[in-house]
Design a protein around this ligand. Structure first.
Ligand code: AMP
Ligand code: ZN
Length: 465
């Protein structure tokens, strides 16, 4: 599999550290609010990365953190007149509600910063011991100029970076480039004991401490949105390699940004949407389909039209699944004929194309193309006389691929009893050639939200949209 590595700025063949295993760390949300549809992009995309590795037979350890202590958390707790811990608890719960609706599986581990103070403090201490960090009035800062590889990920030199660095009045740093590893407690803030007094960790250190706790000092893949490349990930490298003396991560993956109607999403522009807002208007599975319709590194533009398009693509997928279920019901236990053997060969080719696209730096857009090629072939099978073997073969290939993308999540839940009763009554009416009653029943079924078609193999009913 080829992965575009932000560190080397080219696609590279993926080679795991341990044969058959892969460790992935993805930066997760700061849990001070519902997450927004921009955040949904990395969560969906890296969930697909994990699923695809599993499809290829890897054992995956997928770690996604919750940032449950930082300035935004403290501000929110003050606004709501509650504690940081209560805010974290609430929005971690809400994360799982939205993630589930978007088809995002829980990670192998969801570590929280506040539950890893020991590891965080140990890593800072190591950096102090190595001469890479220093205490200043209860704060601890990273001595950037002492780490020779600083800038290796963002590709900038120290002088360029120094010209953009700012120091806030309450910080006493040796150099404007230095960044906080530990912050001394301010009145009213939550704090933990440390060798430098009561305080709390800076943001970057939590990811270094938690990723290495669960994945080892050097691991395979680190992922996040491209806004995190600098300074967050650059600082993670300085912290981790500075403490361990080893390379930190072998492949860095960064997703492009999601914009709204071609504008950057922002609260001040009034175009800021949480996933919870969007769920009031749209099927979140369509949002997932939309997210995967572009390559993860490309910018992605969110608009009503785009979501409507994704919704209709999704509908086509469900129709194909229903068609396969219908065919399976009517199928015969006989060997595939020539046309059906060709269908099975086509299903193989479609899977090959799907994997080639996914192997090319997770090109989900082309992978969806391969799925829709198979969808078209499904509708060419003869509904009145079809081999079960061929139908089941096609179904397994199709569902294997859609499962990698986390699509077709809604269960095949059959027809509600009242609709089924009308369908049965209509079958009887047709037997008796009572066309008037048959038409009335079709209208009633339609009014209940179901579309009925008469096919050579009998009545076919599906949920309409
Ligand atoms: P945050 O909670 O802001 O740290 O963000 C969580 C994840 O969402 C990170 O990987 C960010 O890079 C990513 N992210 C934030 N905004 C967007 C956006 N508009 N489009 C895509 N990814 C984003
Ligand atoms: Zn992080």
């Amino acid at each position: 599999m080829q992965i575009y590595n932000s560190m080397t700025r080219k696609k590279e063949e993926f080679k795991p550290i341990q044969e058959g295993k892969v460790g992935i760390y993805a930066c997760g949300p700061t849990v001070y609010n519902y997450f927004h549809i921009g955040n949904a992009r990395p969560f969906i995309v890296f969930d697909v990365l994990r699923r695809y590795f599993e499809y290829k037979g890897y054992e995956v350890t997928f770690v996604q953190n919750f940032t449950d202590i930082d300035d935004k958390m403290i501000r929110r707790a003050n606004e709501e007149n509650t504690t940081v811990a209560a805010i974290a608890e609430k929005y971690i719960g809400e994360y799982f509600v939205d993630a589930k609706a978007l088809g995002i599986r829980p990670a192998t581990v969801h570590p929280r910063a506040t539950e890893h103070m020991e590891q965080i403090i140990a890593m800072i201490q190591k950096l102090v011991d190595n001469g890479l960090a220093y205490e200043s009035n209860g704060d601890v800062y990273y001595r950037v100029r002492a780490f020779k590889d600083y800038g290796c990920l963002c590709g900038q030199n120290l002088e360029d970076l120094a010209s953009g660095a700012r120091v806030s009045v309450d910080e006493q740093k040796e150099d404007p480039l230095d960044f906080a590893l530990w912050k001394a407690q301010k009145p009213g803030e939550p704090a933990w004991e440390s060798p430098w007094g009561m305080g709390r960790p800076g943001w970057h250190i939590e990811c270094s401490a938690m990723s290495t706790t669960y994945l080892g000092e050097t691991f395979d893949i680190h992922a996040g949105g491209k806004d995190l490349l600098f300074p967050h990930h650059e600082n993670e490298i300085a912290q981790t390699s500075g403490a361990t003396g080893k390379p930190y991560v072998n492949y860095w993956m960064h997703n492009g940004f999601l914009n709204i109607d071609n504008e950057k999403m922002s609260k001040s522009k009034g175009n800021f949407f949480t996933v919870r807002d969007i769920a009031k208007e749209y099927d979140l599975e369509a949002v997932r389909m939309f997210t995967l319709s572009a390559h993860y590194r490309s910018p992605l533009n969110f608009s009503r039209d785009q979501i409507a398009q994704a919704q209709s693509s999704l509908e086509r997928l469900y129709i194909a699944r229903d068609q396969l279920a219908f065919l399976e019901n009517a199928a015969k236990d006989r060997e595939p004929n020539e046309a059906e053997a060709a269908f099975m060969a086509f299903a193989d080719q479609s899977q090959t194309r799907f994997m080639a696209a996914m192997d090319d730096d997770l090109n989900t857009a082309d992978a969806l193309g391969a799925i829709f090629e198979l969808v078209r072939e499904v509708h060419k099978l003869n509904a009145t006389d079809v081999s079960r073997k061929a139908v089941v073969y096609g179904k397994e290939k199709l569902l294997g691929m859609t499962d990698v993308l986390g699509l077709l999540m809604k269960k095949e839940d059959g027809l509600p009893a009242d609709v089924q009763a009308l369908v049965d009554e209509r079958a009887q009416a047709r037997k008796e050639k009572n066309w008037k009653r048959s038409d009335e029943l079709r209208d009633q079924i339609k009014a209940m939200g179901y579309i009925l078609e008469d096919t050579a193999a009998g009545q076919k009913v599906r949920k309409g949209v």
